[in-house]
Design a protein around this ligand. Sequence first.
Ligand code: ADP
Ligand code: GLC
Length: 494
Amino acid sequence: MTGNPIKVLFLSPEVVPFAKSGGLADVAGSLPLALKRMGMDVVLVMPYYRTIKDKHLKGRWVVKDLEVPFGNDRLQADVFMTSLAKGIPVYLIDREDLYDRPNLYGTPRGDYYDNLERFAFFAHASLCLMESIDFRPDIIHCHDWQSGLIPAILKGPYGRSKHFSRTATIFTIHNLGYQGLFPAQKLPITGLDYRNFFHADGLEFWGNMSLLKSGIVYADAVTTVSPTYSMEIQTSEYGMGMEGILQYRQEFLYGILNGIDYHQWDPAKDKHIPETYYPNRMKGKMKCKDALIQEMNMDASFKNKPLAGMISRLDNQKGLDLLVAILEKILALDMGLIILGAGDVKIQRAIRKTADHHPGRVGLYIGFNEPLAHRIMAGVDIFLIPSRYEPCGLTQMYALKYGTVPVARATGGLQDTIIPFDKSTGEGNGFLFGPHAAEAFLASIEQALECYKDPQTWKRIQSNGMQADFSWDRSAEMYTEVYQTVLKKRNILA
Ligand code: ADP
Ligand code: GLC
């Protein structure tokens, strides 16, 4: 890159290692590092959730009593600064009544009733902070509905601000299923007015306001996390009602595949697993399997039998209903299964009920457990991802690196990263099924088990997967191109 470094304000509601509920956090914790390597000047802002406070991070208070407009009021916030890595500051917005709660977005009873207030405040506080510390971003890169208001308020209440007169916005959709829907009468809290913003070409969505739609409509460019998903979301099957507006914005819509962080996810140096391994030394994987079988109280006979795993948010998106539907049949094939998941109580109950019938053959851990996720990734042979839709999906990329063969639905990023194994050529790294149907999923598992029986074939599939490279640098280059395109369009970059 020549000239002045591009200044990026990166806004995500979750960032590894500070707070995580899903893949967005992994992305927000690693893409900024890659952007920094490309020579950009990156800062992050996120809420100072209780779970972050509990970590007692090193850092210092940098702003006290930041004045933030909030509807007709002004509220104050304090700001704590820590860092993601050397030279990448992370500003944490502290406002106890909004963020000092047990979870990020809600409880098992549902979302926090005041999420609009929480994230509208976050949006305004982020911009006020930029003014207060005098950081003038060229790009504000927003992620998912929680930061979807930013592109709109930059055109509304901050439209005349000199501070942001040279700022362009990028909005990344990680998941169209979370639309940030709130009742229309709450619009004044956002600082936007009805006449200019609450209409079909604005953030109005079937009578409600949608913060996701706000991001899609008002950002200079919209990206999503895989090429296939960027096409899918323009169809009625996957568009979740947003297909029209996405088609309308097609010229500014980019599908950029996520990368993964090989510092955290590499079986050759993973600190969470009992023994490390790499393509020419796979013995370690056997040890990981043995240890996992013990840890999860599985029947010892599974040491010599296929063992499948799943690590997932328990959400309708992830297709666990298909798994429950075929569970008896896959167990009849003498395959063991280990599931790690947190989320929806109904899905929890359904899986627990089936798992309880098969002690020793189904290992279940309900909860969020990062080290266990690593041990499962290393210890199982097959990884199951029967998603209804999957914008990108990170676990299949982790699985490939760990010599764990994915069996997944052909959709979104799963389709962009998994190449179906072809016995005749020896090419391919996993198994894909088309329709979201239990029989198709089962048939795909059976195909995998067939290959598992022949150690040479299995080795080949594993080694094909382990060679794949999904590191961030290539994706970061594509983001850079998008940044440069929007800056040029706005005549900000010569
Ligand atoms: P999504 O973002 O839709 O949940 P991804 O595949 O992109 O799906 O990312 C999921 C991330 O969350 C992965 O890093 C996965 O290992 C992790 N994860 C999901 N559920 C759990 C859990 N119960 N415990 C630990 N890690 C989990
Ligand atoms: C979302 C998607 C997932 C994607 C992740 C990170 O939560 O469900 O497919 O990998 O975001 O972009």
